[in-house]
Design a binder for this molecule. Structure first.
Ligand code: AMP
Length: 193
């Protein structure tokens, strides 16, 4: 069944790792990470990348209208071709959530999984991985924006009966066991292994 599963969680909660594992396990699942897309645009110096790299380096959010256009363009052909999309890093704001609901057909929003890891643990994980925007100030700013702008989406998805909470602590393989079971329930009609 074609549609979008949103992967929610603080920065450093393991969304990228877990989406990679899900993509390996299940045929027809495509991982779309807006952070990876924007880092790619910055690295290859596209007009979009040049416009947004300073915001990313500072840990600030890219404006909603820009992100919604980027995501709509990426999702359209995937949904058209019947893929199941794991959407990682979007939506990040209530306006983005409304835009996503408009992009997917009525039954195209399959659900949202929330990887729960607390702030002190994700801060440690990010300092250890040491990406370009993983400075102490950058991490603090991104987590502050997560609480202010993205955490309210937990209610947004819960109210629509779409949220599944997953304990994101422990070894990646353990988290994957919990997550794969939840994703399997969200797409009962058949992800092929
Ligand atoms: P991430 O790897 O998901 O933490 O994204 C890295 C950076 O890309 C963020 O700190 C933002 O600057 C930008 N970004 C990615 N996705 C979004 C989004 N949905 N809305 C706004 N900015 C985003």
């Amino acid at each position: 069944m074609s549609g979008v599963i949103v992967v929610l969680g603080r920065q450093g909660s393991g969304k990228g790792t877990q989406c990679g594992l899900l993509q390996q396990r299940y045929g027809g699942v495509v991982h779309v990470s807006t952070g990876d897309m924007m880092r790619g645009a910055a690295a290859s110096g596209t007009p979009l990348g040049r416009r947004t790299e300073a915001l990313m380096a500072a840990g600030e959010l890219i404006p909603d209208d820009v992100m919604c256009d980027v995501v709509a363009e990426r999702l359209a052909p995937l949904l058209e071709s019947g893929s199941t999309v794991l959407l990682d890093g979007f939506p990040r704001t209530p306006a983005q959530a409304e835009a996503l609901a408009a992009m997917t057909a009525l039954d195209g929003l399959l659900g949202a999984v929330l990887l729960e890891v607390d702030t002190s643990e994700v801060s440690e994980r990010m300092l250890a991985r040491g990406r370009g925007d993983d400075t102490e100030a950058g991490i603090a700013r991104r987590l502050e924006l997560y609480e202010a702008q993205t955490a309210p989406l937990v209610d947004w998805f819960t109210e629509r009966g779409l949220l599944v909470r997953i304990d994101g602590t422990g070894a990646p393989a353990e988290v994957f066991g919990r997550l794969a079971a939840a994703v399997g329930r969200l797409v009962p009609l058949g992800l092929s292994r």
